[in-house]
Design a protein around this ligand. Structure first.
Ligand code: FES
Length: 203
């Protein structure tokens, strides 16, 4: 075997070693990927595999809900509505539409505000959705926190959390840990449009 042949043999051996190293290392890389992928999915929930650079799969409002000033003839007019939102889920369509119940209210200051009706106690503690009701005069129900103003209260049989409509849905009484979640309302000159839930809430 001359020098040239020896050189070709050594090069082939090096090439084979590189391929073997790659084959041996692939399971390690795959295992590392499986271990860290739940962390990425926790930080940025997404259904698409390897979707590290696109937006997380957050719910999107499917249809805006509109009201006019004439819908609120007097102070404390309170109108129930449903806000449809599309959620990305594991089903044949890849999504489903869920409707969040809300109330839109004309306050004593003639502002139009909207709240999610989902009680923050139930949703926080038990992951179930208990919608609150409107009550104009708290004297009608002596088992809830009393107020000079109308309230939203949770009819849950034991707890009866009460929320102040005159103070951003603040908890007046009961076990609810957080104020009701506000919804975004935009006035376009003609319509009051509910565009979505304010961020950083839980209900
Ligand atoms: S679920 Fe709202 S107070 Fe019980």
């Amino acid at each position: 075997m001359n020098d040239k042949e020896r050189g070709i043999d050594a090069e082939a051996l090096l090439h084979r070693r590189t391929i073997l190293k790659f084959i041996a290392g692939a399971p390690l890389v795959a295992t590392f990927g499986f271990v860290v992928s739940p962390l990425f999915r926790y930080l940025k929930p997404t259904m698409k595999p390897g979707n590290f650079f696109q937006a997380a799969d957050l719910p999107k409002v499917e249809q805006l809900v509109r009201f006019q000033w004439a819908d609120f003839p007097e102070i404390w007019t309170c109108i129930p509505f449903l806000l449809p939102k599309t959620y990305v889920v594991f089903n044949p369509e890849g999504h489903e539409i869920r409707k969040t119940p809300g109330f839109i209210v004309r306050t004593a200051k003639n502002e139009i505000v909207a709240y999610s009706r989902i009680c923050t106690f139930r949703s926080h503690q038990h992951r179930q959705q208990q919608p609150v009701n409107f009550l104009m005069n708290t004297a009608e129900l002596d088992c809830i926190a009393q107020s000079k103003n109308p309230v939203l209260y949770c009819p849950c049989h034991c707890c009866l959390s009460t929320f102040d409509l005159n103070d951003n849905g603040r908890v007046l009484g009961g076990p609810a840990p957080l104020s009701l979640r506000r919804m975004d309302v935009v006035f376009d000159g003609e319509y009051y449009i509910v565009t979505g839930l304010e961020s950083d809430g839980i209900a």
